[in-house]
Design a protein around this ligand. Sequence first.
Ligand code: TXA
Ligand code: MG
Length: 325
Amino acid sequence: MKAKTYKPTLRNLRYLAAELRKGELVAIPTETVYGLAANALDSSACRKIFKAKQRPRNDPLIVHVLGLEQAEQLADFNPAARKVAKKFWPGPLTLVLPRKACIPRIVTSGGDTVAIRAPLHEVARKLLKIARVPLAAPSANSFSYISPTEAAHVTDGLGARIRHVIDGGPCVLGVESTILDLTDPNNPRVLRPGSIGVSALQKVLGNEVRETSGAKSQRARQVAPGMLAKHYSPRTPLRLTNAINTRVKEDTGIIVLRRPRSLAAPNIFWLSERGSLEEIARNLYRVLRHADKSGFKEIVVEKLLAEGELAGAINDRLKRAAAKR
Ligand code: TXA
Ligand code: MG
């Protein structure tokens, strides 16, 4: 198998929607990261996702829909869930809710809840409209590797194992969606931080939102199994540091947050021009992948000291990337 990359023309999207309905996999752009999509109502199609990604079966998939109406056919919405969906969809917010019977077991890893989101990316939305089925789609990378934010990243990692990749350009946000568990609307919990932060959610929900993404409890492990493993990681050992020393050895890749003022050496990479968090998020995975491919013994990344929602999401990814296997 060798992946073919398609431009998102109407003709191509019609063909690929038909492929999805036939049970094929298609890698799709979203505003967060690229996803590896299958018809969420077709368990044998969803099984192919786990195989292509080499993803353990106990790590459930996110189901992508056009909006609330379609989502309500797949999960039991409570008023709180409707409220946040109306506010943040389409967009980078995934809701965990009790599943309905039409969702195959493989999608939820046998659990009673399903994760759902409505992506904002125009190409993903067009495809959802034409295919007229919900799409299960985890990030389109090999399990535990860095998520893809460009079509070429998908081909690089999964090109030998899938047939179709849609090139929708680089992802605008660059970090995965915020996952909010609203199974119990009185106890909303963020399982994975993203660009939609706790305070924005609290404002809409009107009650306290807890963040449990770092939790090591047994319960947390059951709730989001994929969240505790080493994740988003390059193959080269990665270390976070407060004090970047740009004069270190050439066999070390150095990633700094903002463009250095003086001319940089070939082992120095930067994530943004002026330190904007949006830009850091957008460039993070591309730069990590690039540094990972450059043959360094180690990659050292400058710690992000900023506080706040998006900073929290970026730090979460960096910590996981640095975690020992
Ligand atoms: O931005 C995103 O969310 C991207 C794009 C493609 O939409 N998708 C993505 O999917 O990041 P993935 O599979 O790489 O991460 C999904 C996470 C996993 O850690 C999984 O454990 C968790 O969502 N998850 C899925 N279903 C769940 C459920 N029912 N309860 C709790 N966590 C769940
Ligand atoms: Mg992933």
